[in-house]
Ligand binder design. Structure first.
Ligand code: UT7
Length: 325
């Protein structure tokens, strides 16, 4: 069977104009800039404007990724959009983006794995491409978490922000070798026993409402470090690589202390960690492609670099991926 590599050909991001600072939040709930900064590393987050939706943000990020890849939407075979905050219960937000991009071929669908959604979407796209079924794909993470936050709950409303990130994948012949560009390996996990630690308390089938995000932050924190470290060890092992091979660590941006804990375990210096949590907050499925976009735009991540991604989200879902840029 022929084998193809999925090469990241272009990356794009979008953040809404409105910025909400920790000082702004201190006027809304019983919190302080000091508490939020010290416990999370977050200083501000972006919030979608009224009427600005997940598909609108995804469309802008996708256009930017396509431009970076030098491609037209009409050349795409597939769109996978990771989100926990779709425009509507159905159709899939991916099909709305497909329409907005003017893509009249191929297929589009959503993936629901919350904060791990981008990694799940990347792994699924990579599988389609490795078999030669799809030659080009758009993988998007887009979220309007501001719409599912309980703005009176200080333990959660200070953590999240809105935004979208997208990558264009192109199939190149051959398996991803040591020096060759492409997704090197992915490792996905889930454990449904922990649904009660991070969830939304509404949905069409159970409550006929949208609901609000609920989280036992401290318990999630402890699971995050252990589970993510395990996934990283596994993906490195599967790829026959080790920590010293990693050029850049582009993690899901949940909490600066989680990033520090994991990089310390990996023995990675701070200079190799791409952190956007201070400016973006936690943008769920959008956080990895948004951080990757920032690090490409500012010249840190370059062609040929080995990048490590990781995430953990509600479910729990979690995973890690390695890509040669
Ligand atoms: O992306 C999906 C995955 N999500 C994550 O990975 C998030 C993981 N969890 C975390 O990042 C952290 O657990 C949090 C940032 C959510 C919380 O930090 P923590 O150090 O675990 O704090 P805590 O929940 O143990 O709360 C400590 C104290 C509590 O007060 P008492 O009971 O000690 O009196 C809270 O009520 O901090 C209080 N607190 C706050 N105080 C001021 C909780 N939220 C706030 C707040 N402002 N916003």
């Amino acid at each position: 069977m022929s084998r193809f590599r999925s090469v990241i050909a272009g990356v794009g991001g979008y953040l809404p104009k409105k910025v909400l600072t920790n000082a702004d939040l201190a006027k809304m709930v019983d919190t302080t800039d000091e508490w939020i900064s010290q416990r999370t590393g977050i200083h501000k987050r972006h919030i979608a404007a009224e009427g600005e939706t997940t598909s609108m943000m995804a469309t802008i990020a996708s256009k930017r990724a396509l431009e970076a890849a030098g491609m037209e939407a009409g050349e795409l075979d597939m769109i996978i959009l990771a989100t926990a905050t779709p425009d509507l219960t159905f159709p899939a937000t991916a099909t709305i983006v497909q329409k907005e991009l003017g893509m009249l071929r191929g297929f589009a669908f959503d993936i629901s794995a919350v904060c791990s959604g981008f990694l799940y979407a990347l792994a699924v796209a990579d599988s389609f491409m490795a078999r030669g079924q799809v030659r080009s794909a758009l993988v998007i993470g887009s979220e309007t978490f501001s719409r599912i936050l309980d703005w009176e709950d200080r333990t959660t409303c200070v953590l999240f922000g809105d935004g979208a990130g997208a990558v264009v994948l192109k199939a190149e012949p051959g398996a991803p070798g040591m020096g060759e560009r492409g997704i090197v390996h992915t490792h996905l996990r889930s454990d449904g026993r922990h649904t009660d630690l991070l969830y939304v308390d509404g949905g069409p089938s159970k409550t006929q409402t949208v609901g609000h995000l609920r989280m036992s932050g401290n318990k999630v924190f402890r699971h995050a470090i252990t589970n993510i470290s395990g996934a990283i060890a596994r993906v490195l092992d599967d790829a026959g690589l080790n920590e010293s091979d990693i050029d850049w660590f582009v993690p899901h941006q949940a909490n600066e202390r989680i990033l520090e804990g994991i990089s310390k375990k990996l023995g990675l210096p701070k200079e190799k960690v791409v952190s956007t949590v201070a400016e973006h907050g936690n943008t769920s499925a959008a956080s990895i492609p948004l951080a990757l976009d920032v690090a490409i735009q500012d010249g840190r991540v370059k062609r040929g670099d080995l990048v490590l991604f990781e995430a953990l989200g509600g479910g729990f879902t979690w995973g890690a991926a390695l890509a040669r840029m």
